[in-house]
Write a protein that binds this ligand. Structure first.
Ligand code: GLY
Length: 332
């Protein structure tokens, strides 16, 4: 289904953006009802779309899908979907995955020409016997299901790429450059987790990946276990930041396993960050950004990042919040 039709069917077109309370610490909240959390404060708009689904007695799966479609369609968001920064050859290539409370999974990688990579990931999950489809195969699947090819490279992302090419010597950005970009833009990949009124959990993750990446590069976001993991009995987690580093520690699965061992969501995210610091060493880790969010089966949530300025957006019956994540390294 086209995004507009999907949103209309869900009654989500032209949603008002709720005012958010910005919290100075990484609050854990008791929350027995429905809840949506996502990476980065601008995604309060995405959370609002997901919340509307939950309030209409929809499933967590439908909620996260509707939620991530919001930044996917936003041309101003240069890290997800339409308007995403291209690879070093000027092609916008998208990665996404989705996971429900029964362990059903679907992912697409290096998908071109289709704005809603999350919808194609859901097709992989629901309409194929497979769990991951890449590149031309993912596009073929989308076309077979009525999706239309669109030019995803906006004028402003094209301009940014042309500017980058002047000095790039055709190499992808280094991680240090990326850190600066992440901090400057205050957001990156959307990872979204939701708990519905039946108490079931689902998650979705969507990105255009690292700006000016090498052709065919795939990060953590479409990798189940790395960019996203859901275990309905325990909790769910998702990641943002430099994907290579998240894959290295299978970040989201690690966090869910930490919660299984009794850690609260924030401490579980912190433990994953600690692993990364141990593996990379302090100097290398300081030049990266990775942020994690987690939601447990009881509806408590938390987040933690390597460097400052990572935020998590929350929507529940207790209101709309932006949580400033605690970080391993302090503000410079
Ligand atoms: N976290 C997004 C990426 O590295 O592709």
């Amino acid at each position: 289904m086209e995004r507009r039709q999907f949103l209309q069917a869900m009654g989500l077109a032209a949603l008002p953006v709720p005012a958010a309370t910005v919290l100075g610490n990484n609050l854990e909240s008791e929350n027995s009802g429905p809840v949506v959390v996502s990476t980065w404060s601008p995604n309060i708009k995405a959370n609002a779309a997901a919340w509307k689904v939950l309030m209409a007695h929809g499933s967590a799966l439908d909620a996260v899908h509707a939620g991530v479609m919001v930044p996917e369609a936003d041309p101003k968001d240069q890290s997800v979907g339409y308007g995403g920064l291209p690879d070093r050859d000027g092609k916008v290539t998208l990665d996404s995955c989705i996971m429900d409370h029964k362990g059903n999974i679907g992912a697409v990688m290096a998908l071109e020409g289709i704005m809603h990579a999350s919808s194609v990931a859901r097709l992989v999950m629901e309409k194929t016997p497979h769990v991951q489809i890449v590149g031309a195969g993912a596009l073929q699947l989308a076309l077979e299901h009525g999706f239309k090819v669109e030019n995803l490279l906006t004028e402003s992302s094209k301009k940014a790429w042309e500017e980058w090419k002047k000095t790039s010597k055709y190499s992808p950005m280094t991680t240090v450059e990326n850190l600066l970009k992440y901090i400057e833009n205050q957001h990156d990949t959307i990872g979204m987790l939701a708990r519905d009124e039946a108490g079931n959990l689902s998650g979705a993750c969507s990105t255009s990946g690292m700006g000016y990446k090498m052709r065919g590069r795939v990060g953590d976001s479409p990798i189940i276990g790395a960019g996203l993991f859901v275990d309905n009995e325990v909790g769910a987690a998702s990641a943002t930041g430099v994907g290579e580093e998240v894959v290295r520690i299978v970040g989201s699965h690690t966090i869910v396993e930490m919660m299984r061992q009794g850690k609260n969501p924030e401490d579980a995210c912190k433990e994953a960050v600690a692993r990364l610091v141990k593996l990379k060493g302090e100097t290398a880790a300081k030049a990266l950004q990775v942020g994690f969010i987690a939601l447990n089966a009881q509806g408590q949530y938390g987040c933690f990042s390597l460097n400052p300025n990572f935020t998590m957006a929350v929507h529940s019956h207790q209101g709309v919040k932006v949580i400033q994540a605690k970080s391993w390294f302090p503000k410079k």
